[in-house]
Write a protein of this length. Structure first.
Length: 435
């Protein structure tokens, strides 16, 4: 006999008898007959118990199982027109691995959605819902697809330190840690290290790793720990080389999710709109104009902000574009490592926005030592604090550039999730340090 539930690791078959393992989703008692709905990661199966035909002790043990207990049921498979799978199991044995306490902290099949906090406090139970788990299965697929695209384009995967002496993204979002009595910080990004590698011959590198930001804001798109997908490439001509690369990678990722994530996407009732390249390019000044025309008062050089980004997102969406670039930000608004556009107040930088939200920023870096140190001073930084980084610029640094993409923001936008926390197993924010 062949296994009855295809590709499930929880079914074993022997002499026409199967053993299925899973969680007790529901038990229905209808007088002479009872049903147990058993669930594993692939779906549910019905265990049918005609009272008169079953051993009374077994009947009693199964029908009194608390919901969500982890069990194995052994029995005979029968065809059934009444079940979705087209079959049912008549049980002959039961093994209880873990009996669930009652009441449950959170219902798994409840129609009413629990509050986000209740769900996150009981994430182990929340994740038993197929639609919650599907997000993380797609996240796992997304990470594989990123790896595929990066390898295909000649990038090496790297791992840089997450504890360091300096941050690259501004002092206000640094988490301080006590490093054996010395002050240290959690990495806000791999920025300094990925750039240093550009002077080594590791011409194209990428990292998928945690980034920490002491961001004291409670919004649906900020968390204090996220996974940053960083890329850096050297010998570039200009920032268009980087933008083209990102488009190639994202198109592979979105196509791959649509093609290989079909089961999870249908659980979520979502479809992925794969973009066509090239993505439209807007300049910061054009965006400012669009936002002002929509009635939002923004000063010259001011951040477009959540509201401004949304206005532009709506306009672009009306034109059929989910993904679009915003380039030529004022250099003042960009970090020291970004190259200025000489003779103008602008910079060689970009943001990539997806449905009205920034999911990535990057640009061409300042690779000329003297100009870089001047730019640091202009930003109120002491080049002396960045000696380890600057040394890599003193002995032959090629032109280079790169990007950082918050993968949870990307996934949240792909799946239209209302909150970036939906794409993080155990999110961290100002109010949440556990679980
Ligand atoms: P930036 O600071 O813009 O750039 O961050 C890059 C991307 O990381 C994500 N992100 C976040 N996601 C969730 N919560 C947060 N608090 C958060 N902060 C940032 C966003 C953002 O677009 N070193 C540069 C990148 C580069 O130039 O290579 C950097 O870190 O998706």
């Amino acid at each position: 006999m062949t296994p009855v539930v295809k590709d499930s690791r929880t079914v074993t078959v022997e002499d026409g008898t199967v053993t299925v393992k899973g969680w007790v989703q529901d038990i229905r008692n209808l007088g002479g007959i009872s049903f147990l709905i058993l669930r594993d990661r692939f779906g549910t199966i019905q265990i049918t118990m005609p009272k008169k035909k079953l051993d009374p002790t077994l009947f009693e043990s199964i029908t009194s199982l608390p919901r969500e207990s982890a069990v194995a049921v052994t029995g005979e498979v029968k065809e059934s027109k009444q079940t979705g799978l087209g079959l049912e199991i008549i049980p002959s044995g039961l093994q209880v691995y873990g009996e669930a306490a009652a009441p449950l902290p959170l219902g798994v099949v409840d129609k009413v959605n629990a509050e986000m906090d209740t769900r996150l406090n009981n994430r182990f139970m929340d994740l038993r819902k197929p639609e919650v788990r599907a997000v993380f299965e797609l996240k796992s697929l997304m990470v594989s697809l990123i790896g595929e695209a990066m390898r295909a384009n000649g990038f090496e995967q790297i791992h840089t330190p997450k504890i360091g002496a300096e941050g690259a993204e501004g002092g206000s979002t640094l988490f301080k840690v006590d490093y054996f009595g010395r002050p240290a910080f959690l990495a806000q990004s791999p920025q300094l290290y990925k750039q240093m590698l550009m002077s080594t011959g590791l011409d194209r590198v990428y990292e998928l790793g945690p980034a920490f930001r002491a961001e004291h804001s409670n919004t649906n798109r900020h968390v204090t720990e996220f996974i940053s997908f960083d890329g850096e490439m050297s010998w570039i001509e200009n920032q268009s080389d980087i933008m083209h690369m990102i488009e190639r990678i994202l198109n592979h990722v979105l196509n791959g999710l649509a093609e290989r994530g079909g089961r999870q996407l249908s659980v979520l009732g979502k479809e992925i709109r794969v973009p066509t390249s090239p993505y439209p390019v807007l300049t910061y000044e054009e965006c400012l104009r669009m936002v002002r025309e929509a009635g939002l008062e923004l000063a010259d050089g001011e951040d477009l902000g959540t509201e401004g980004e949304k206005i532009i997102g709506d306009i672009m969406s009306d034109g059929g574009h989910d993904l679009y670039w915003i380039t030529e930000y004022p250099e003042e608004a960009k970090p020291f490592y970004i190259m200025e556009k000489e003779g103008t107040p602008y910079s060689f930088s970009f943001d990539l926005d997806y449905k009205g939200q920034e999911i990535s920023s990057g640009g061409q870096r300042e690779h000329r030592y003297d100009v870089l140190t001047d730019r640091m001073r202009k930003k109120g930084l002491d080049p002396g604090d960045f000696g380890f980084y600057l040394d890599a610029f003193r002995y032959g640094m090629p032109p280079h550039g790169g990007w950082g993409i918050g993968i949870e923001r990307l996934l949240a936008k792909v799946l239209d999730l209302p909150n970036v926390r939906e794409a993080i197993l155990f999110p961290r924010d100002p109010g949440r340090l556990s679980p």
